[in-house]
Design a protein around this ligand. Structure first.
Ligand code: NAP
Length: 295
């Protein structure tokens, strides 16, 4: 199996990539990236760095002198890191957050692979989004990525439901101008998750909140009011179905969790950091092995 290829020794020539986050112990990115390095025989390692809010700026400033090739950023750093980038890609600017910092000859370039990762995964699931209505629950970083991905898949209408209404409205306003303006964006509260006339129009519902894995329950959603072919997608991933997906499974709707998005955004990041593509299927296999799943 490709993900079980043994890595070579660490030496003075080994170059690092990694991820900054707090907490970081749960990150599955090291398993995915290191499996790809081992499969390619590359003298590189991907390390999870526990970096607190207060440590973010000094940690980012250390990337260039330590010759780190690139790092991913996860909670709570995706927005704050923007301020110290030498350059920002159009995607980073559009999303107002970055999940990748690339060391380009000592210059820090900020990019974001979340929307492209989700777009690829939704495309792979073969859901017909074009000209249809979709619902995104959540208006944080993953919510923004989901809205952008669905708009690029040519949704006619993206409804954004969020606990804090002004955050959903801000997202809808931001994307109503510019490249995504062909899509109609609407902001609503979580009450709309039981609005049967809205639910009856949906082809896809994306959970982009941090809810549903542990702790608080996912808000009440009338799964049965959606069409039988409505697809439920959770940006979260776990060993077992999340609470959001458990409702969809009970209602016999098709669904997927964010493992595929994680793999796709990871493959894009691997290419940005290393200038080569990860071998097909290796990062996915490593992730599924770590989660103890077959798909
Ligand atoms: P974030 O910016 O902090 O946003 C969190 C969202 O969850 C907000 O919409 C927030 O609503 C909502 N929320 C939190 N607690 C809530 C509660 N008790 N009731 C109702 N809504 C609640 O976080 P993020 O960066 O978007 O990340 C969200 C999730 O996406 C993460 O858990 C992460 O695992 C997942 N993600 C997955 C991938 C992947 O590759 N699969 C990539 C990125 C993110 P308010 O605005 O009202 O606070």
């Amino acid at each position: 199996m490709a993900s079980s290829v043994r890595p070579g020794p660490i030496s003075a020539t080994t170059r690092l990539t990694g991820i900054f986050g707090d907490p970081i112990g749960h990150s599955l990115s090291p398993a995915m990236h290191n499996a790809a390095y081992a499969a390619l025989g590359m003298d590189r390692r991907y390390v999870a760095f526990h970096v607190t809010r207060a440590e973010l700026l000094p940690a980012l400033r250390g990337i260039a002198p330590l010759k780190i090739a690139g790092v991913n950023l996860t909670l709570p750093h995706k927005a704050r890191a923007l301020a110290v980038m030498d350059e920002l890609t159009a995607e980073g600017e559009l999303l107002g957050a970055i999940n990748c910092v690339i060391n380009r000859d000592g210059k820090l370039v900020g990019d974001n692979t979340d929307a492209r990762g989700l777009e690829r995964d939704l495309h792979a699931h073969g859901i017909g989004i074009a000209a249809r209505t979709v619902l995104v629950v959540g208006a944080g970083g993953a919510g923004a990525a989901a809205v952008v991905a669905l708009s690029r898949l040519k949704a006619a209408r993206v409804v954004i439901a969020n606990r804090t209404a002004r955050r959903a409205s801000a997202l809808a306003r931001r994307f109503a101008q510019g490249a995504l303006r062909r899509t109609r964006f609407e902001a609503v509260g979580l009450r709309e998750l039981v609005n049967s006339s809205l639910l009856a129009e949906l082809v896809c519902v994306v959970n982009a909140t941090s809810l549903g894995l542990t702790g608080a329950d996912f808000p009440h959603l009338e799964y049965d009011a959606t069409p039988p072919n409505c697809f439920f997608y959770d940006t979260l991933y776990a060993r077992r179905p999340t609470r959001f997906l458990a409702g969809a499974i009970r209602a016999r709707r098709k669904c997927a969790d964010g493992a595929g998005m994680l793999v796709e955004q990871g493959e894009l990041a691997f290419n940005l950091f290393n200038g080569v593509r990860a071998p097909h299927g290796v990062m996915r296999r490593a992730l599924l092995d770590t989660l103890g799943r077959t798909r």
